[in-house]
Design a protein around this ligand. Structure first.
Ligand SMILES: [Zn+2]
Length: 332
């Protein structure tokens, strides 16, 4: 038998448990089962703290879910993503040091706090503003500030890389040379090419295209997995890839994009390139294409590409089939 203090009988009595549903809570139909202890002597409901806490947790968790509130787990996951403690997050948001702990343990946040939590989870830039403000007001230490900011930057980069894969990674077909996107190879290739020649951003398209197509000619695979479309000045990576990919590498400090005297943009390498990820055959083609094109202007390479069937037989802005690799006219 369970016993507890009954305030009606004014003594310890035996009790049992009954189930009572809560139908509505804060104007939302929750239908949550609550467990209520009652005194076996007088029949009145009793208050037992542990049971009551459990009831509240169940109620709040159901309510959060139905009302679209940020859940305890979402807050915990968010902290883990940025490697910050409950206290640190509390200080960043100006909630006080134990508030986050309460929310993660199931307590119900008010609407204003929920709005802020929802925003920081959805929006990196908003969270960054909060972190900067907290640091400016001396609410967090420099160490916390540096840690969180660098984690936000890393996280943004990961999201960007995900976006690149979403845009440029496709199932193997004749348009990507039967190869899934290999971003490590693209990165190393850009570093390698830019270390060998004065690499204008616009030139990159044609060099990568020749490398991929020449490699495909012998191996029925491309190196990068990129798809190219026909543009007026020659083949270019689809979806403005040369722009998006080089901008991403620039933000990651792998390369720098500098403006030249003539107004064109030049790609400069910041990192070491890793040639180990290429096979001997791949390197062979890469080196041949680079030496063949290195002293030609963007315009001259553009004219060469116009001699290619791949360019001539493809419609404007359409994907170029690797089938044309067999007919490459450029002599290496
Ligand atoms: Zn009683």
């Amino acid at each position: 038998m369970n016993t507890a203090f009954c305030t009606t009988c004014n003594k310890k009595t035996n009790y049992e448990l009954k189930h009572e549903p809560i139908i509505n809570f804060r104007n939302i139909e929750v239908n949550v089962d609550q467990i209520v202890p009652y005194c076996l002597e007088c029949g009145n409901d009793m208050f037992i703290e542990d049971i009551e806490n459990e009831n509240l947790l169940n109620l709040y968790s159901k309510y959060k879910e139905l009302a679209g509130f940020v859940t305890s787990k979402e807050i915990t996951d968010f902290r883990k993503k940025y490697n910050i403690s409950q206290r640190e997050l509390g200080y960043i948001l100006g909630f006080g040091k134990i508030t986050i702990n309460r929310y993660e343990n199931g307590a119900l946040q008010n609407q204003a706090h929920d709005d802020v939590l929802r925003n920081i989870i959805k929006n990196d830039a908003f969270f960054k503003e909060k972190v900067e403000l907290a640091f400016a007001k001396h609410k967090i230490t420099e160490k916390t500030y540096n840690k969180v900011i660098s984690n936000i930057v890393d996280n943004t980069k990961n999201d960007e890389l995900d976006d690149i894969y979403l845009l440029y990674d496709h199932e193997p077909s004749i348009y990507n040379g039967f190869t899934k996107l290999d971003f490590d190879k693209i990165e190393s290739l850009i570093l390698y090419i830019s270390s060998k020649i004065k690499l204008y951003r616009t030139k990159l398209n044609k060099i990568l295209w020749y490398i991929d197509f020449f490699y495909f000619k012998e191996n029925i695979n491309s190196i990068t997995g990129l798809r190219y479309i026909k543009k007026q000045y020659g083949p270019v990576i689809e979806e403005k890839g040369y722009n998006k990919i080089t901008s991403y590498l620039d933000r990651c400090d792998v390369i720098s994009i500098e403006e030249a005297e003539n107004g064109y943009e030049i790609i400069k390498p910041n990192d070491e390139f890793d040639l180990n990820i290429f096979s001997e055959d791949e390197l062979n083609v890469i080196d041949k294409v680079i030496s063949r094109l290195k002293n030609l202007s963007t315009c001259q390479i553009s004219e060469l590409s116009h001699q290619e069937k791949a360019w001539q037989y493809t419609q404007d802005c359409e994907l170029i089939s690797y089938d044309y690799a067999d007919d490459l006219k450029l002599d290496l």
